[in-house]
Design a binder for this molecule. Structure first.
Ligand code: C2E
Ligand code: MG
Ligand code: MG
Ligand code: MG
Length: 287
């Protein structure tokens, strides 16, 4: 087949084959560069947590935030998690980053509480590898108690795929974490495979509806919201809270509020921001 591909490329008058290998090489080089640079960046404190407000739909008050990793590179500027999380996950560096996120979020919650915001809930994302290869329960417990943080102020966001792997062990871990007082969110809900019976069996507090379902809300009323409505109904009947993520427009916000979604996260209210900016926003009381 390689021969045929070469032949076609040549017949085309272009050297597609060498073009392909060259771009693959560039990609591998970039990844090696990033991997090496990540270690340095970690010790140079270039990784930071940004906070995106979660807003109560009715009062428009900030009730919490999602902590999201950013790499503030001294030369390249801001690098988003879509660039460095997949590489970190494949090299194991994610375990260091994951631990860092637990430490930093605990410290931040401590600071928020000291400013009087002790009802605020902060959620952190947990990668598959971190969930499976670390003692998450122990790590959370240690950091929370070290910083004298009320576990009720912390939540973890996991995906459906984490939930559906090594089911027995996952269930045990989640139960321990839940007993500690930490909340459990299912992230990007609706994009993976999780059976209804597991949703019931697992100690889940909140479904985070994936942005793709929020995008189905149409401005003109085309009734494209069937899946969204199903998820909202499912949350209600299972007694789970529902957060919508990726809300960008007023009409999406209105629709969600009118259909019983209580908590909203998205650019419509605010983008992820550095801690100082988030604190300023908290002082403003509501959005
Ligand atoms: P996620 O956990 O589903 O986070 C939501 C993503 O949607 C964030 O992207 C957020 O900035 C973005 N977002 C929020 N509102 C809107 C909106 O209205 N419109 C649009 N277009 N986007 C919106 P971000 O920060 O780039 O993070 C991407 C993904 O990287 C996260 O998806 C999460 O899976 C992963 N990630 C980020 N931080 C961490 C971390 O600390 N640990 C782990 N394991 N994963 C992380
Ligand atoms: Mg998340
Ligand atoms: Mg999400
Ligand atoms: Mg996502």
């Amino acid at each position: 087949y390689a021969d045929i591909a070469m032949y076609n490329a040549k017949a085309d008058g272009r050297d597609n084959f060498s073009f392909f290998t060259q771009s693959l090489n560039t990609k591998i080089h970039n990844e090696v560069d990033i991997i090496n640079d990540m270690q340095r960046a970690f010790y140079d404190n270039e990784f930071k947590l940004y906070y995106q407000p979660k807003v109560d739909a009715k009062s428009k008050k900030i009730v919490g935030a999602e902590a999201l990793l950013r790499w503030i590179h001294h030369e390249k500027g801001l690098i988003g998690p879509d660039v460095f999380i997949p590489i970190s996950e494949s090299t194991g560096f994610m375990l260091s980053l994951g631990k860092f996120v637990i430490q930093e979020s605990s410290l931040a919650i401590r600071r928020f509480s000291d400013l009087g915001y002790n009802g605020l809930k902060v959620s952190i994302n947990i990668s598959t590898r971190q969930f499976q290869n670390t003692d998450l329960y122990q790590d959370l417990k240690e950091e929370l108690s070290k910083n004298d943080v009320d576990p009720k102020q912390l939540g973890i966001e996991i995906t459906e795929s984490i939930m559906m792997q090594h089911i027995k062990k996952t269930l045990t871990t989640l139960q321990e974490i839940k007993n500690l007082g930490v909340s459990i969110y299912i992230d990007d809900f609706g994009t993976g495979y999780s059976s209804l019976s597991y949703l019931k069996k697992f100690p889940i507090d909140t479904l985070k509806i994936d942005k793709s379902f929020v995008d189905d809300i149409s401005e003109v009323g085309n009734n494209d919201e069937i899946l969204l409505n199903t998820i909202l109904a499912m949350g209600k009947s299972l007694g789970l809270d529902v957060v919508a993520e990726g809300v960008e427009h007023e009409y999406q916000y209105s629709y969600l509020k009118e259909h019983g979604c209580e908590i909203i996260q998205g650019y419509y209210f605010a983008k992820p921001m550095p801690e100082e900016e988030f604190i300023k926003l908290l002082h403003e009381e509501h959005l």
